[in-house]
Design a protein around this ligand. Structure first.
Ligand code: IMP
Length: 193
């Protein structure tokens, strides 16, 4: 029985897709994720457990690689946020929660896992929100940070890479829902948007 495209057809399809230039290779990402996992293992060695909270959708690949490299006991939750428009954000928080954790996090050690920190509004909001739930601790982990774009400072306890102010895609990150499953992180030039 034949299902879908054959190998040759798949390869030529991939070759014909737009391919953004590489900013971080697959090896660089995997090496850094392994280092972050070791740092997290050491930090929480005596904590008795950790809740990783991944921020959908962008963190899903990073979180799955990171979690599989941890040796400490941990469980995984996902949340989703959406941004308000500019007009609303003048009076309200620019971010709101649209999907919450399934299980309470009271008295637990919480690690918020983000794909990228841009202005800092999302992570600052989430740290305040989950800090109000009486966890044992709340720390942050982000694969990427664009310091040139900071509008709100937030402590980044575990940081993968600092990058310039460019739009990046791949390894979970998208542009209009495209490029999420590229194995590397690419810089998307304006002509590819
Ligand atoms: P912040 O609240 O401005 O820090 O925005 C964080 C969110 O913006 C991330 O979780 C991403 O969804 C999105 N974002 C910011 N910069 C990029 C980028 O270069 N590529 C893909 N998504 C981005």
């Amino acid at each position: 029985m034949k299902l879908g495209l054959g190998r040759d057809a798949t390869l030529s399809y991939r070759r014909s897709m737009d391919v953004p230039p590489v900013l971080l290779t697959e090896d660089e990402i995997q090496g850094r994720v392994a280092e972050l996992a070791r740092e997290i293992d050491e930090t929480y060695a005596d904590a008795g457990g950790l809740v990783l909270i991944g921020v959908l959708k962008g963190s899903f690949i990073f979180l799955s690689d990171l979690a599989r490299k941890l040796t400490i006991p941990h469980r995984i939750e996902f949340i989703a946020v959406s941004s308000y428009g500019a007009k609303e954000s003048e009076t309200a928080d620019p971010v709101r929660l649209i999907m919450d954790v399934r299980h309470a996090i009271d008295d637990e050690h919480v690690l918020l896992v983000e794909d990228i920190v841009d202005t800092g509004h999302t992570l600052a909001y989430l740290k305040r929100l989950f800090g109000a739930h009486d966890p044992a601790s709340v720390k942050t982990c982000t694969l990427l940070h664009k310091p040139d774009r900071t509008e709100q400072e937030v402590d980044l306890d575990f940081l993968g890479f600092t990058i310039p102010d460019v739009w990046v895609v791949g390894y979970g990150l998208d542009y209009a829902e495209r490029y999420r499953t590229l194995p590397y992180i690419g810089e998307l030039p304006p002509e590819m948007r």
